[in-house]
Design a protein around this ligand. Structure first.
Ligand code: TTP
Ligand code: MG
Length: 389
């Protein structure tokens, strides 16, 4: 079997870059997307690289961002616009391979192993995609190419923003072994601390350690990081149509206790999941919420919906209930939402669309339009939903 060729694409400062693209006055300036009034509650979705210099980053409370960067330009989240841009980018990917796994609006894995006969080498395809995103969408993407997903994702991050890095067997050790252990999938801050305490600081250190020793220390996770440190990762690229679930999770750079920030984040995650379900014309019946506390303790809770859905309002209502059950007030490190038990057939779905539901769908579309026009901050929308219940 020939070696796999995986491309990982990740847009640079995505929401902020779209805003800078559409308003040239914002170019070169610290732009923070998350809400137009940083003195109010809310959370940073993303910050332009200019704003990151002030220490502003995703998932930070807006007020903290404002403290760090008072001269920043604060903008509301315009999801429908970012979705349109996302669609444009994914349309480009799909011209090169049907094997596109979308991780989020701005990030995807492409398996181009079988595309090379038609389009040239993976590297040529990667360059072409990057160039087309620049020309047709007027944005920059960072691209990583390698022989598995783990390395492709590492590669796309190595020269961000506007990066292009190929990791192959000949440069693997040089590029990957000096990186810190936390770049290995599955290594969070607690495992990182433990690895440091054992004297393992770089991926190279892990690669030199004995796999049995790692397994004794960390169990299955130890085996996994050993494999990754050798550049071994067999996970396939799974196009959404074949997926068993659609989920999204986010790890907070600093643990969060503010419940309003957590709910605003939950809403963002739900919006992303709902959008991906609709884009793939699929519906789910089971909602799962995952909360990981600062001590790495992870809890999940799931519930069956009465009927399948891809509406954010319905997913959010359920997710919020689950979250409220799970959350005990301790600092949260990670929050995730997954919708599973998917159905892809449209005809089957039609039966479920009675009148009331169609109204709801129409309402969702109007809300999207309003948001597009007035750019309501997400927190406002989350509150609005609470009132409606
Ligand atoms: P990322 O790709 O993580 O970040 P980014 O594209 O803004 O910046 P870069 O990749 O150059 O580091 O996320 C993509 C978009 O998803 C981001 O623009 C905004 C949104 N997002 C949130 O809304 N909340 C979050 O906590 C994160 C991490 C991202
Ligand atoms: Mg990105």
């Amino acid at each position: 079997m020939s070696e796999r060729k995986i491309i990982h694409v990740d847009m640079d400062a995505f929401y902020a870059a779209v805003e800078q693209r559409d308003n040239p006055e914002l170019k070169g300036k610290p732009v923070v997307v998350g809400g137009s009034d940083p003195t109010r509650r809310g959370v940073v979705s993303t910050a332009s690289y200019e704003a990151r210099k002030f220490g502003v980053h995703s998932a930070m409370p807006l007020r903290e961002a404002y403290r760090r960067c008072p001269e920043g330009i604060y903008l509301p989240v315009n999801m429908s616009k970012y979705r349109r841009v996302s669609q444009q980018i994914f349309d480009i990917f799909l011209e090169y391979t049907p094997l596109v796994e979308n991780i989020s609006l701005d990030e995807a894995f492409l398996d181009v192993t079988g595309s090379q006969r038609l389009f040239g080498s993976a590297e040529k395809i990667g360059r072409e995609i990057k160039e087309r995103i620049r020309k047709e969408v007027n944005l920059t993407a960072s691209i990583g190419i390698s022989y598995n997903k783990f390395l492709a994702k590492l590669a796309s991050d190595l020269e961000k923003p506007d990066g292009f890095v190929v990791i192959d067997r000949s440069n693997f050790k040089r590029l990957v072994h000096p990186l810190p252990v936390k770049r290995l999938w599955g290594v969070g801050s607690r495992m990182e601390e433990k690895l440091h305490a054992l004297g393992l600081r770089t991926i190279g250190d892990v690669a030199q350690a004995s796999p049995l020793y790692l397994k004794k220390q960390f169990g299955v996770a130890g085996e996994q990081i050993y494999m990754l440190s050798q550049g071994i990762d067999g996970r396939p690229v799974v196009p959404e149509r074949e997926a068993k679930s659609v989920g999204r999770e986010t790890t907070f750079p600093d643990d969060v206790v503010d419940e309003e920030v957590l709910l605003a984040t939950l809403m963002q995650l739900v919006e992303d999941v709902g959008f991906r379900l609709r884009r793939n014309k699929c519906w789910g019946r089971c909602v799962t919420v995952k909360v990981r506390y600062a001590g790495f303790e992870t809890h999940t809770r799931q519930a069956q919906l009465l009927r399948q859905t891809n509406l954010e309002t319905e997913i959010y209502t359920e997710a919020k209930k689950l979250f409220t059950h799970l959350y005990d007030g301790r600092p949260v490190r990670l929050l995730g939402v997954t919708v599973s038990q998917l159905t892809f057939s449209e005809e089957q779905q039609l039966e479920f669309f009675e009148q009331e539901r169609q109204k709801e769908q129409a309402l969702a579309e109007v809300t999207d339009l309003l948001r597009q026009k007035y750019g309501r901050p997400l927190v406002m929308r989350a509150r609005g939903l609470e009132r409606k219940e």
